[in-house]
Design a protein. Structure first.
Length: 249
């Protein structure tokens, strides 16, 4: 009867040893943080930035929303940008308006107070009367007008992204994050003072969130590659700024 006891004891010892070996192996194995990602996390900060910029430039469309501080003014924006135009909303403390660009044609829709401010008209003046006719209409702005020059950049995908996405200072990686369920890696510049950028670790390495240097705004970037409906407004909703406002009154 001694042999079965020895056999049972040996089997028990073998099972314990096997379980211990498996546990030790499990403790020694670390989960790969880059498993299932696009591999961006294994690259240097400068290479991550280069890939993010290339992905942004190559994308046909993007939605850009948030706040931007420029020349002392804070702009809140929600723009859908494409290579051949854009549409969306822009607001400041003083005014809110819609922007639409189809090809080279820029349309701006705002209330009469905005246009009165642009023309500097006093109540009852010809400019104020003309501005009243523009309120609530899509105003087609001529390319030579200061309004066009000031706001068309908000409708140009390449211009807007290149002006916003630049980080200032030495680049470093600054941990991992999550934006709406998408894993990201964060880049920081100048130890954080030069801004930070969250880049997607899933799929294409698109920029997903930007904190601008010096507290100059936070911007979200999403809907990469999704179609943007761009078409000119109906004719009865359009006023030609160059032909109508200057000669009104």
């Amino acid at each position: 009867m001694a042999r079965p006891r020895r056999t049972a004891r040996a089997a028990l010892v073998g099972a314990v040893c096997a379980g211990l070996a498996a546990a030790l192996a499990g403790c020694g194995a670390e989960e790969d943080p880059d498993a299932g990602t696009n591999g961006l996390g294994k690259l240097s900060a400068t290479k991550i930035e280069a890939k993010a910029m290339a992905a942004a430039k190559g994308a046909e469309t993007v939605r850009l929303s948030g706040s931007v501080v420029s020349r002392g003014n804070t702009y809140k924006l929600d723009m859908r940008l494409a290579k051949d135009g854009a549409r969306g909303e822009l607001s400041t403390k003083a005014a809110a308006f819609q922007l639409l660009r189809v090809g080279e044609a820029l349309y701006l829709k705002a209330d009469a107070a905005f246009w009165a401010g642009e023309k500097g008209g006093k109540p009852g003046s010809p400019d104020a009367v003309a501005a009243a006719k523009l309120g609530g209409k899509y105003v087609k702005v001529p390319s030579a007008d200061p309004v066009y020059k000031r706001f068309s950049g908000f409708t140009d995908k390449d211009v807007l992204l290149s002006s916003l996405l630049g980080l200032h200072g030495k680049l470093t990686t600054d941990g991992r994050g999550d934006i709406d369920g998408v894993r990201t890696i964060r880049l920081s510049a100048g130890a954080g003072s030069g801004g930070s950028l969250d880049v997607s670790l899933e799929g294409a390495p698109y920029p997903l969130r930007l904190k601008r240097a010096g507290g100059a705004g936070v911007v979200r970037l999403d809907d990469w590659g999704k179609s943007v409906d761009l078409k000119a407004p109906a004719q009865d909703q359009v006023v030609d700024y160059g032909k109508k406002i200057e000669g009104a009154g």
